[in-house]
Design a protein around this ligand. Structure first.
Ligand code: FES
Length: 170
């Protein structure tokens, strides 16, 4: 009769040992998760986006009556110089977002995707584009260079092309 009691005691202590290990394991797992969560807040995920502003050189770099394609590829922006000053057009078609081409001879922007056409001013006149191209904020930086801010847009349909920043006087 005494022997089974020993075995029972052995089994009981063995189980306690297992439960003890599970308890510690759970504790460390919980602690690890909490620590990981804390460290996660110390190093937040930050999305580094490219700057929306860029300098476009000095006003004298631009010839009156020209459409500059210098920043079309890199920034998707055209800078137009006329008698009075400068404006910046977004090179994003207002139909479905393709990049139109400047056709010097025809004096217009033509979208290769579905054929929308825009005057030099940015106003649409043919094809499916529902509205003119957007103008972007254009100012002069402290060092005298032209400064474009692509995050600030001026829409013709909202009569914003006359607002400060939509045009830079020469
Ligand atoms: S994306 Fe330009 S006409 Fe369709």
């Amino acid at each position: 009769m005494a022997k089974p009691q020993k075995d029972e005691a052995h089994i009981w202590f063995g189980r306690r040992d297992i439960f003890s290990k599970i308890g510690w394991g759970s504790f460390f797992a919980f602690f690890g998760i909490m620590l990981g969560g804390s460290l996660r807040f110390m190093f937040p995920r930050v999305l580094f986006e490219p700057s929306t502003t860029f300098k476009a050189g000095l006003p004298n770099d631009y010839t009156i009556g020209t459409v500059s394609e210098k920043f079309q590829k890199e920034q998707r922006v055209w800078i137009i110089r006329n008698e009075d000053g400068f404006y910046a057009l977004s090179a994003i078609c207002t139909h479905l977002g393709c990049t139109p081409r400047w056709l010097q001879v025809e004096d217009k922007f033509k979208c290769p995707c579905h054929g929308s056409g825009f005057y030099r001013s940015g106003v649409n006149f043919e094809g499916p584009a529902p509205r003119p191209l957007e103008r972007l904020k254009i100012t002069k930086a402290d060092d005298g260079q032209i400064l474009i801010d692509k995050s600030i847009k001026f829409l013709w349909e909202k009569e914003q092309w006359d607002k400060p920043g939509a045009f830079l006087k020469a």
